[in-house]
Design a binder for this molecule. Structure first.
Ligand SMILES: CC(=O)SCCNC(=O)CCNC(=O)[C@H](O)C(C)(C)COP(=O)(O)OP(=O)(O)OC[C@H]1O[C@@H](n2cnc3c(N)ncnc32)[C@H](O)[C@@H]1OP(=O)(O)O
Ligand SMILES: CC(C)C(=O)C(=O)O
Ligand SMILES: [Mg+2]
Length: 565
């Protein structure tokens, strides 16, 4: 790279528009959308779509709700021409959808293009020629008046041919290709000449599409260019201003949004930003950006994954896992503080309230994404994510101190095993740590009995492979069980006790209840938890006590010689 890039690249000059209005505007309605997936998208992939793929994508675009779809460059190939014919002759075009076809400003290509749409109810004929200085000089070798004349004569030819097929209601779309690199006054001159030549009226509007064929400036400059055209174009009431941003600087979405604030009526783009080079503007992102501002986008992405799979199949291009709204990772939080905030946000959210979950600009459910993938665990995660997965996947809600205790177990596992820790791994670790009945002290059986006001228990435990049946009384089953341990010389101090039932998503067989017991570890060891699950809540409690006992030190806690009953 150059140390002084200005020797090779120049900065884009700003537009002289001191009274620009767009910065203060808010987008409160969706634009007219035009999908060019089957044209700009299709001309920029390794293997252009065959007829079957084009048809599949066409139907998907209709289902999403596009009312204008650029279906082909019919003069480019027989496949393209035949596809348009099949759409028309096979009656595939819904009543409320208008197809669009693209052609260069060359007579033989225009004739072929008009031929392709014969018999359609409606069609947009889209003609383009580049207008910027580089193209005038280098590609066409034409002066400005010659460029204007090329556009005007082309429009007149289309008008004449359109009159010859009155069964089709034809709308003209004109694109001064490379608009954003064209002198504004010259772009205006060409556009006004086109409007005039077509004889546009409020009932027969011309679409003036102002493409950022290559994105060359910051989005604010694009907005200035569009506002300038919006304010200066002739017969504004007979003109629809359309934008066609490409993403060379990575700011096509911003450019389109600011253009709408600046007066554009219509946006052309592709699903997930397919299209030449870095792509056309991503209409999915634009639409869902509107949605998350409370504006109905007029397009339905309720099952965004299905749309993504269709687009990937048809284009043979993968969608990035970071792609807004659709990427595999965009509803995922690995880091602990994010997980914690999302978990709290979900818990606080009520169905009839405004969406306000931290880190999630959209409710994943609105685009058919599940919450399952929202929180994932690796070595960057904290207690919140782990607790969230246990709760959503296994219906088990952990108290905060148990979350902290168990997070250390998962952290140790993540550090050694690297990579993601799945929900099933977390459950296995949880079971191994708290639930499996294979530690030094094992629960075997218990029997409760009443003795006056007291609660009696006959508790059988296996301690280091030897069975002990202990009998004691207390003011409840736990108290009785703790007292029973005395006869083994074990003093267990219970700090807290909770019993809970599983949530509806529980995957723990017949178990309906779980108990959590927090006990003191001997010495300065702090406290620790034990967990028990069972169909029966009392059994769950006794198991939790045994689990806590093992966590606190197990049989080693015995201070005197055990004596069996
Ligand atoms: C920005 C965009 O996405 S524009 C759309 C681009 N898409 C495509 O081009 C895909 C389909 N295109 C094709 O299949 C072919 O280009 C065809 C069939 C249309 C034309 O093919 P060819 O006749 O071989 O011309 P070619 O593709 O080389 O185009 C270059 C010629 O067209 C002229 N030309 C280019 N664009 C235009 C235009 N919009 N209007 C008029 N003439 C044009 C060039 O000046 C050049 O003329 P020259 O040969 O006299 O120097
Ligand atoms: C044909 C035109 C509109 C185009 O695709 C572009 O300029 O990017
Ligand atoms: Mg383009």
């Amino acid at each position: 790279m150059l140390t002084d890039p200005s020797r090779k690249y120049r900065s884009f000059p700003p537009v002289n528009l001191p009274d620009r209005q767009w910065p203060g505007r808010v987008i409160d309605k969706h634009p007219i959308w035009m999908s060019t997936d089957l044209r700009d998208g299709n001309q920029s992939i390794f293997e252009p779509m065959d007829a079957a793929k084009k048809m599949q994508l066409f139907h998907t675009l209709c289902d999403i709700g596009f009312k204008e779809i650029e279906v082909a460059f019919p003069s480019a190939s027989q496949i393209e021409f035949d596809f348009v014919r099949e759409l028309i002759e096979g009656n595939h075009i819904p009543e409320d959808v208008t197809i669009e076809v693209l052609t260069q400003a060359r007579e033989e290509l225009i004739r072929r293009t008009l031929e392709s749409i014969r018999g359609a109810k409606r069609a947009i004929v889209h003609v383009y020629n580049a207008t910027s200085e580089t193209f005038r000089d280098t590609v066409f070798g034409m002066t400005k008046p010659q460029i204007v004349e090329l556009a005007v004569s082309t429009v007149k030819l289309i008008k004449q041919l359109a009159a010859e097929q009155p069964e089709t209601q034809i709308t003209l779309q004109y694109s001064p290709e490379t608009f954003t690199a064209t002198e504004l006054d010259f772009a205006l001159e060409v556009c006004n000449a086109v409007t005039e030549a077509w004889g546009a009226t409020p009932d027969n509007k011309v679409i003036l599409n102002l493409p950022a064929t290559v994105e060359v400036a910051t989005p604010n400059i694009h907005a200035d260019q569009i506002e300038w055209m919006h304010r200066n174009v002739a017969r504004r009431d007979s003109v629809l201003i359309s934008v066609h941003p490409h993403n060379d600087r990575g700011t096509a979405v911003a450019a389109a949004e600011l253009a709408l604030m600046a007066g554009a009526d219509r946006v052309e783009g592709c699903l997930f930003g397919n299209g030449e080079r870095t792509g056309n503007v991503d209409i999915v992102t634009l639409a869902l950006n509107l949605y998350t501002q409370g504006v109905n986008p007029g397009l339905d992405f309720s099952d965004i994954n299905a749309v993504a799979r269709t687009v990937e199949h048809c284009t043979q291009l993968p969608i990035s896992p970071r792609h807004p709204y659709v990427g595999d990772l965009v509803f995922t939080a690995f880091s602990g503080s994010h997980q914690d905030a999302i978990k709290k946000g979900f818990a606080a959210h009520k169905a009839d309230q405004q969406w306000n979950v931290p880190y999630l600009p959209i409710d994943p459910a609105d685009v058919g994404r599940s919450y399952d993938s929202v929180i994932r665990v690796n070595s960057q995660s904290g207690k919140g994510g782990i607790a969230y997965l246990l709760e959503t996947e296994y219906g088990m809600v952990l108290p905060r101190r148990l979350q902290v205790e168990f997070a250390a177990v998962v952290q140790k596992h993540a550090d050694t095993h690297k990579g993601e820790v799945m929900a099933a791994d977390i459950w296995r670790l949880f079971s191994e740590t708290y639930l499996t009945n294979d530690k030094t002290v094992r629960y075997v059986a218990h029997h409760l009995f009443e003795h006056g006001d007291a609660q009696g228990i006959r508790l059988t435990l296996d301690v280091n492979g030897q069975e002990h049946t202990l009998v004691a009384e207390g003011n409840g089953p736990i108290d009785a069980a703790v007292r029973a341990l005395h006869s083994l010389g074990i003093e267990l101090q219970v700090r807290s006790y909770e019993e809970r039932s599983f949530g509806s998503s529980a995957q723990c067989g017949d178990a309906r209840a779980y108990a959590l017991i927090e006990v003191a570890k001997p010495g300065a060891g702090g406290d620790c938890y034990g967990v028990g699950i069972d169909e029966n809540i009392v059994t769950a409690s006794i198991k939790a006590m045994v689990s806590a006992l093992n966590r606190a030190g197990g049989a080693a806690l015995a201070t005197e010689r055990p004596h069996a009953a």
